[in-house]
Write a protein that binds this ligand. Structure first.
Ligand code: FCB
Length: 445
């Protein structure tokens, strides 16, 4: 496989998945029974004062956007189930919600789009949140019961399952930074939630497999590959290493090897946690650069972009996303040690004008192709996202879609990137002409 971007088209392996990713609260509309539906109405919670509202209208008509995926030649889509719809009250399951999800998965399959399902993508039922949510040990059994119901009702239509999307982003935003509900930054609570997320993942993994032995179960893991902002500064280096340990190493030590490393445990092997990833999903946006600060509550650092580099649109918290395709290659190299199939379960950028997205998309796919040439078993790529949607704290102010959406009128306008992505997906290759036309730089080693 050639890695030079200039001479020939760069082919991807046969059967490679070209998809998009979404989550329930961000696209469905009219979710009124989860904690975000309460949180987003609090003054100041969302940067532009917006709410998810009708979102992309998927609860009523996801099929129209599934048609758009098919028209682009995509062959996979990753969505999430809204727990609060499926289990609106503790132990009471809603057949109509399950039927709607069945219809959505069927509609994807009818269009030759492989469905992927995540059980948890940041939202919880209000009843669960009221009982303490992921701080309450009972959440583990409740999450496993919900996983079993989902597998029993939907498992015949879907092989690829994610227990969690970005469990440690959920943890970090809620219990370290305190930006997202339940806004309870506290190290002891954060450790407790970490353990419950791991136990919940393992319990759901086993529940999904019990109901459907052929299911493939993993998570979408946000990869950051933290780096020191000042490369030779010892304190920045230690701070970057500490973040990598807490944010990346701990999760894999537990779910691959069954070991709860300090501060989670003493490192003894726990059989029920070990081997609970059938594949590894990477969500990658950019590497994070850390600058030491003497504050243990901030885990001894703040994140800042290096002075050089190309930036995407700025959100309300933290540095804007910086063009960094080498970090995707590094993320893939890191997870290869676990010897499981790899999927890029999210990548994208906020770029309302679509002035950077085409080149950034090509640059990251070139990095992905390099990883394939190195022998990495990467089997698919899911772009975040098809249609602009409700971007959490940033509301409707950040636009990640290949297709622009006016949420008030539901008018959709494809951005140029949509056609570009379609060209790549249909060719199952990175056409040399495009790499040349967009002046996509080759990667350093
Ligand atoms: C990821 C989230 C997803 C979306 C993108 C932009 O961290 O999983 O819901 O917000 O970022």
């Amino acid at each position: 496989m050639s890695t030079s971007p200039t001479d020939a088209d760069l082919a991807f392996p046969p059967g490679f998945l070209w998809g998009t990713a979404s989550s329930a609260h961000q696209v469905e509309g009219d979710n009124t029974n989860n904690q975000w539906s309460l949180f987003e109405r609090r003054p100041g919670a969302i940067a532009d004062g917006s709410i998810a509202g009708r979102a992309c209208n998927w609860w009523t008509d996801a099929e129209a956007d599934f048609d758009r995926m098919a028209a682009l030649g995509l062959n996979a889509h990753r969505l999430s189930l809204e727990w609060s719809r499926i289990e609106p009250q503790p132990g009471r399951y809603d057949d109509r919600a399950l039927a709607r999800y069945r219809a959505m998965l069927l509609a994807l399959r009818e269009r030759n789009i492989q469905p992927w399902v995540a059980l948890h993508h940041f939202t919880n039922p209000i009843w669960l949140e009221t009982m303490g949510g992921w701080e309450n040990p009972s959440v583990v059994a409740r999450f496993a019961a919900y996983a079993r119901i989902a597998a029993e009702h939907l498992g015949d239509l879907c092989t690829m399952w994610l227990t969690f999307n970005e469990p440690l982003v959920y943890l970090g935003q809620g219990w370290v930074r305190g930006l997202w509900p339940p806004q309870r930054p506290h190290p002891i609570l954060a450790r407790r939630v970490f353990l419950h997320l791991l136990e919940g993942h393992a319990a759901a993994y086993h529940a999904l497999h019990a109901a459907h032995p052929t299911a493939q179960v993993g998570i979408a893991k946000a990869m950051r590959r933290f780096a020191p902002l000042r490369p030779r500064h010892p304190a920045d280096r230690v701070a970057a290493r500490l973040r990598t340990y807490l944010y990346e190493d701990l999760w894999f030590a537990a779910t691959v090897h069954g070991r709860l490393l300090p501060p989670l445990g003493q490192g003894h092997r726990q059989a029920h946690l070990a081997g609970t990833l059938d594949f590894i999903g990477i969500n990658y946006y950019a590497r994070r650069y850390v600058h030491f600060t003497p504050n243990p509550l901030r885990i001894f650092a703040h994140e800042e972009n290096p002075p050089d580099g190309e930036l995407a649109d700025a959100g309300s918290h933290g540095p804007p996303t910086r063009l960094d395709p080498a970090g995707l290659l590094e993320s893939i190299r890191y997870v290869r040690q676990f010897n499981q199939p790899i999927y890029i379960t999210e990548h994208g950028l906020p770029d309302a004008a679509d002035s950077r997205r085409p080149r950034w998309l090509l640059a990251h796919l070139l990095a992905l192709h390099r990883a394939l040439a190195e022998g990495a078993d990467v089997r698919g790529y899911f772009h975040w996202t098809l249609v602009d949607n409700f971007e959490w704290n940033d509301g409707w102010s950040l636009r990640f879609g290949l297709i622009a959406l006016d949420p008030a009128t539901q008018t959709r306008t494809p951005r140029p990137s949509a056609q570009l992505y379609a060209t790549i997906a249909r060719a199952n290759a990175l056409p040399a002409r495009l790499l040349h036309d967009y002046a996509v730089p080759n990667l350093a080693e």
